[in-house]
Design a binder for this molecule. Structure first.
Ligand SMILES: Cc1cc2nc3c(=O)[nH]c(=O)nc-3n(C[C@H](O)[C@H](O)[C@H](O)COP(=O)(O)OP(=O)(O)OC[C@H]3O[C@@H](n4cnc5c(N)ncnc54)[C@H](O)[C@@H]3O)c2cc1C
Length: 410
């Protein structure tokens, strides 16, 4: 196998896969396969929901990013034959490889809660954010201008399940958006956004410094926090919660499920070692045990030397992509492969439409300044210089004001 004739196939165009493809472009015959045309910068999906950013900012087209330096195939990989070294796509197309990089990410975990998968809204893609925005707008549109405050509040009850960073970012964003819409439409009353968490506190992995800002934001946005609470059932317009062994049913216009993930179902088709959570354990070089020509990274892999706080994050997948690309090159060229200790790059959470909190160097800042800092930080993490420049210029010159929930057809 020589440098230029190695067939490198990368499955998944997210933080792990896309950034590996960008670094490997030119190292061989590189093909990136993704089931969407675009990459998605998921940490800013909340800003997309609120209209602070546009789709092109956070979901650039993979072909544009690769600029012809690597091939792109849009398709869903549904099987990999590791012995024959063949990747199979939905529809029957196959691609053979010399080196395979697996990075298809995670999917929602509804934890077997009855009705959760059927009735709750996921929040992982542009489509998911569009559906949620539309649902909030439709609910607002149905409220008569003279509705009593308690009726408006009941209609505007949304429940976010999962009290991790995602739940906090989403619930504060939704509360601000809905409150703004109520005001603009001169409705009476206010929205009710509820966050439900099984543990005794929200954002358990978050440091105390940044947590103070989270607590203030939850209070200011008037998000209702239910800890030590379990979701028992989700219905078309209801959610049943259990707290202290007592069950209560709440009427709701939408349940958004951000209560955990599980590895991509593609992994179940792979006859390789899985850990008890279904993740693929990888060597410190990101290679699969007994399959040195296969690399795995991001949300599907279990890397031995990672602080628990980094597991399942974009920060980790992003850092791994650099190691992966380096090691794929070394593998092709017969050089020694490397390992790396990954570090926490800091924390940045969006808190409503006006505020954020950012932790760098052990110090946390909050408020509108932190919101600006978060935008600046994330501009630097977007893929390719060209895209970063365009987005940075757009945010700087055109601003990042939220787009109100206007009546549909407006
Ligand atoms: C709303 C949200 C907010 C987040 N915020 C943060 C944050 O602030 N900070 C942080 O560090 N992490 C955050 N995360 C987690 C972070 O996004 C993930 O850990 C990270 O994206 C993992 O990278 P990955 O490459 O493993 O998977 P992904 O980035 O999810 O990429 C996987 C890609 O593979 C594609 N794919 C899936 N299956 C197939 C298939 N069978 N065939 C072809 N393509 C396939 C998917 O469409 C996707 O494009 C957030 C996640 C979400 C959902």
């Amino acid at each position: 196998m020589t440098k230029n004739d190695s067939k490198i196939v990368i499955v998944g165009g997210g933080f792990g896969g896309l950034f590996t493809a960008l670094e490997l472009a030119g190292a061989g015959d590189v093909t990136l396969i993704n089931d969407e045309d675009h990459f998605l910068f998921k940490p800013m999906l909340y800003e997309y929901l609120s209209g602070e950013v546009e789709a092109w900012h956070i979901a650039p087209d993979c072909r544009d990013l690769l600029e012809g330096k690597a091939k792109f195939v849009k398709g869903l990989v549904n099987a990999v034959d590791l012995d024959a070294r063949i990747v199979q796509l939905q529809g029957g197309r196959t691609l053979s490889y010399d080196i395979l990089v697996l990075a298809p990410g995670a999917v929602n975990n509804f934890a077997g809660v009855p009705g959760a998968e059927q009735f709750s809204l996921p929040f992982r893609s542009l489509d998911d954010a569009n559906h949620l925005r539309r649902r909030m707008t439709e609910v607002l549109d149905r409220i008569p201008p003279d509705a009593a405050p308690q009726d408006a509040r009941e209609a505007l009850t949304f429940v976010v399940v999962g009290g991790g960073a995602s739940g906090v970012e989403l619930s504060t964003k939704m509360a601000d958006l809905l409150r703004d819409a109520v005001k603009r439409r001169a409705l009476h009353g206010e929205p009710r956004v509820v966050i439900v968490e099984m543990a005794d506190r929200l954002v358990p992995g978050m440091g105390e410094e940044i947590r103070k800002h989270v607590d203030v934001a939850l209070q200011e946005t008037r998000v209702e926090v239910h800890t030590l609470t379990r979701v028992v059932n989700v219905g078309a317009n209801t959610i049943t919660l259990e707290h202290n062994q007592r069950q209560t049913e709440m009427t709701t216009s939408g349940v958004v499920w951000v209560a955990g993930v599980r590895p991509n179902p593609l992994l179940e088709t792979l006859r390789v070692e899985h850990d008890r959570r279904g993740l693929i354990p990888v060597e410190p070089t990101l290679q699969l045990r007994e399959r040195p020509e296969v690399f795995a990274l991001g949300d599907i892999s279990f890397y031995p030397d990672v602080a628990p706080i980094l597991a399942g994050t974009a920060q980790l997948a992003f850092q791994q992509s650099h190691l992966c690309a380096q090691n794929v090159r070394a593998f092709i060229e017969g050089r020694e492969l490397k390992s790396k200790h990954f570090v926490e790059l800091g924390e940045a959470v969006s808190l409503g439409t006006e505020h954020a909190a950012v932790l760098t160097g052990g110090k946390a800042i909050g408020g509108p300044l932190a919101r600006q800092a978060r935008f600046a930080l994330y501009t630097a993490r977007l893929p390719t210089w060209h895209h970063r420049l365009r987005v940075g210029a757009s945010w700087f010159f055109e601003g990042t004001t939220p787009r109100p929930l206007q009546p549909l057809g407006f």
